[in-house]
Design a protein around this ligand. Structure first.
Ligand code: BTN
Length: 245
């Protein structure tokens, strides 16, 4: 991972560029990194604030030979890799909020967006977009983000070397990806659960159509969140926003 890096000063979205490269047969492990994104995208079509020089905005192309339903596992795997790399080079111990938010003190430091190119039911390429708030200062955040987002620098009180963190993520990701391809998702699931905030707690999951409140039991082999409601009924949640209360 990171053998081929497309480094750009300013782009609309690294995700969009990576899609095009993947479509043009870019090899597995190709990475697109930009200093700034003018149209950074988050999950559920939200905008992703990507100011110049202060974050890590990158998209990684993987080509696992897997059926489509396995894709969420790679999102969870990426979250573990990013948490481990952050732990390795800062004094921080971030946690993961299902499926893929990385939080410090309840505020978001990293978001992960995975998208697929597929044929029939197989994955041809998976584009993993990673956005990390690294060196932003508190006063630089727009008002609407101040309460929900933070940066590694705000949390640790240190300036963080982005190149070192990027290298750390490549190493961790490559290592976990090898474990995953050899041994399956189980070892990754255990790691993921050890970093997860919500497991065992009462949460509210808002999906497109309804809201489920109950205890988060854990994730299945496929990365699906299981919630037990007050009547003891177990719900499988594939995609939702989670409130930790
Ligand atoms: C989320 O939490 O909603 C996911 C955010 C993903 C942001 C990253 S930044 C690099 C890549 N390019 C994008 O436009 N989005 C992802």
């Amino acid at each position: 991972i990171g053998q081929s890096i497309h480094y750009k000063e300013s782009v609309d979205s690294t995700q969009k560029i990576a899609h095009r490269l993947a479509y043009d047969d870019a090899p597995e492990g190709t990475v697109v990194i930009a200093e700034e994104q003018l149209l950074g995208r988050g999950r559920m079509d939200r905008a992703w604030h990507s100011p110049k020089y202060s974050g890590i905005w990158m998209s990684i192309i993987l080509r696992p030979n897997l059926p489509i339903p396995k894709a969420p596992q790679l999102t969870l795997l990426t979250a573990v890799a990013v948490v481990q790399a952050i732990e390795e080079i800062t004094s921080l111990s971030p946690q993961i909020k299902w499926p893929n938010d990385i939080l410090m003190n309840g505020k978001k430091v990293t978001g992960i967006l995975t998208e697929l190119q597929a044929e029939a039911d197989r994955i041809i390429s998976i584009i993993i977009g990673i956005g990390i708030n690294v060196n932003q200062k508190r006063e630089e955040y727009p008002d609407e983000l101040k309460d929900i987002a933070t940066s590694l620098s705000i949390e640790s009180g240190e300036q963080i070397n982005r190149s070192v963190l990027i290298r750390g993520i490549f190493n961790r990701l490559e290592h976990l990806y090898e474990i995953y391809l050899e041994n399956g998702f189980y070892p990754i699931k255990l790691l993921w659960e050890s970093y997860a905030i919500s497991i065992g707690k009462t949460i509210t999951a808002r999906t497109l159509n309804h809201t489920i409140r109950g205890k988060a039991l854990g994730i299945t082999e496929d990365g699906v969140l299981q919630i037990e409601d007050e009547e003891g009924k177990i719900h499988s949640v594939y995609s939702a926003d989670i409130d930790l209360q």
